[in-house]
Write a protein that binds this ligand. Structure first.
Ligand code: HEM
Length: 502
């Protein structure tokens, strides 16, 4: 920003001008103030608690009766405004207007700078404008619903995914039998991560890698790199200095090298058209695809692990829903994630999981010019050029005004899969109740069908073989690139009687 631009912003801030317009403008939060969970900006001491940072934006919001209750902005230091919204109408309008057309919003790259340094700037996730459009068209066909769901192709993936999940769940089962105990306490998140990565690398990309190498080398490498991406975004200089003094650079180099090796493995099936590569129609050199492959490996493992971990964690607190899902899957031999007619309760559990505990808890956007958005209920907001936008899906989905008893029949901040039945009964259309678990609009998740298939298989297979109970009364949240249950999904596992195999 030029000195002139900075001075102009600063003067407006000091004068207390609201840079937003329209009939539902956001209200301002102060940089410093009492009684808030933390400051409303990520700093080296609070960046590990991003959900509390968002909460800081809504302090005293209950006292407001206008739309400022759900739309807040920070305007300080001569910097452009930061808009935080938990208003589903605004979230939807901004997502719908994100893309490469003139005047549309970009995905804001400032909260993902560390991801770009580790995976490349030209990936589908990070890029904007024409680079994003080109990457999108490259992956559109192999990931498309119509491709994945052509019966023979879908069955092929489903069969290989199911075989992978069955092998891992059976190994867990054998372990349990070997202990001679009827109940075993297990932390499931590491198991889920390894299964998710195996399905992606071996089945989807047709790469050849042993389960042991995945579990012992590649999963730890990805976990390290994902943590590194967050730290490297918030405090890159401090992190670099800390690494120089602690020998961390050697560790980083080793994990980064393992990440590259895994990317090679995923690309190795391309020449023979294995897995997804059979559908990939492009003569782009392998080198041009590496950023996307890295993003798919790290991003997909992270998002599917988050989704499956939360679903299992919620079920571990709700034995009545475990029993309902068991009734659906006990006789099920094949599984079709979009044909939920055979498993409506599993569908409700997955939908409620993504609503209450979305993997991606906020979606970043940036206004490229002064932009007016219009919500489905006809409100308008004018967003000034340069505004950093945080679409706060986590708090939108837990807000009583939008998802609470009056609208859905159940409290917004609790796990009630029955809410979806109620919503149907009240005749509310699905398009009016978006929880944004896979996003919305042009930057909608291309991996939705694949992810649902993977998560449905893992959750269904686990319920089919085991009963599992939560160890703690309440499960907290850990948030980084995605959210996860804070305890790593620690449960007491018990084999269901008479279960032969998954
Ligand atoms: C099942 C768990 C998953 C969840 C909950 C999830 C969620 C999301 C969400 C919310 C977005 C939108 C981000 C935004 O609007 O800023 C997104 C985008 C994206 N997802 Fe997923 N995702 C999942 C699985 C996957 C898988 C399996 C892949 C690929 C193998 C994938 C690849 C991507 C990519 C590349 C984007 C960026 C698309 C773009 O910007 O055009 N996701 N995902």
């Amino acid at each position: 920003m030029s000195l002139r631009g900075w001075t102009r912003q600063l003067l407006r801030q000091v004068r207390g001008e609201n840079p937003f317009g329209g009939d539902c403008p956001p209200t301002r939060v102060r940089l410093f103030g009492d009684g808030r969970p933390t400051t409303p900006v990520p700093l080296p001491w609070n960046y590990k608690e991003p959900i509390r940072i968002f909460e800081a934006f809504y302090s005293e919001a209950d006292q407001e009766d206008g739309w400022g209750r759900h739309n807040r902005y920070l305007y300080a230091g001569g910097l452009p405004p930061v808009l935080v919204s938990r208003d589903p109408g605004i979230i939807r309008a901004i997502q719908a207007a994100t893309g490469d057309k003139p005047g549309q919003f970009d995905r804001d790259t400032s909260p993902t700078a560390g991801i770009a340094r580790a995976t490349g700037e030209d990936s589908l996730l990070y890029a904007n404008g024409s680079v994003w459009r080109r990457q999108k068209s490259l992956v559109a066909k192999p990931f498309s619903r119509s491709n994945l769901f052509q019966p023979h192709r879908f069955r092929g993936f489903e069969r290989t995914f199911r075989a992978t999940v069955a092998k891992r769940i059976d190994a867990l089962r054998a372990l349990q039998v070997a202990t001679g105990e009827t109940r075993t306490r297990v932390e499931l998140e590491p198991e889920i991560k390894a299964i998710m990565l195996e399905m992606l690398v071996s089945n989807f990309f047709g790469g050849s890698v042993s389960y042991q190498a995945l579990r012992e080398r590649f999963v730890p490498a990805l976990v390290y790199m994902i943590d590194h991406m967050v730290r490297d975004t918030v405090a890159p200089r401090a992190q670099a200095i800390a690494r120089a003094f602690t020998g961390g650079n050697r560790v980083l180099r080793q994990h980064a090298a393992d990440f590259e090796e895994l990317t090679d493995i995923a690309l190795s099936g391309r020449a023979r058209g294995l897995g997804l590569w059979g559908e990939f129609e492009s003569d782009a050199p392998d080198e041009a695809l590496r950023s996307n492959i890295r993003v798919f490996l790290a991003g997909a493992m992270e998002a599917t692990t988050s989704f499956a971990s939360w679903a299992i964690s919620h079920l571990s607190h709700h034995p009545e829903w475990q029993a309902k899902v068991y009734e659906e899957v006990r006789e099920m031999e094949v599984y079709d994630p979009d044909d939920f007619t055979g498993s409506p309760d599993l569908n409700r559990v997955l939908e409620e999981t993504l609503r209450l505990t979305p993997a991606l808890y906020f979606l970043p956007r940036r206004a490229t010019v002064d932009t007016t958005v219009e919500t489905p209920d006809g409100r308008k907001m004018v967003i000034p050029e340069g505004t950093h936008i945080r679409l706060d899906v986590w708090h939108a989905n837990r807000c009583e005004d939008f998802w609470g008893e009056a609208v859905t029949g159940y409290p917004a901040d609790r796990f009630f899969p029955e809410r979806w039945e109620n919503i149907e009964r009240r005749g509310i259309a699905a398009k009016d109740m978006l929880h944004f678990g896979f996003g919305h609009g042009p930057r909608f998740c291309p991996g939705r069908s694949l992810g649902l298939l993977e998560v449905g298989l893992v959750v269904g297979a686990l319920v089919k073989i085991f009963k599992f109970d939560a160890v703690a009364d309440e499960t907290g949240v850990r948030a980084g690139v995605s959210t996860k249950p804070a305890d790593g999904v620690v449960v007491d596992l018990e084999l269901r009687s008479g279960t032969a195999s998954s």
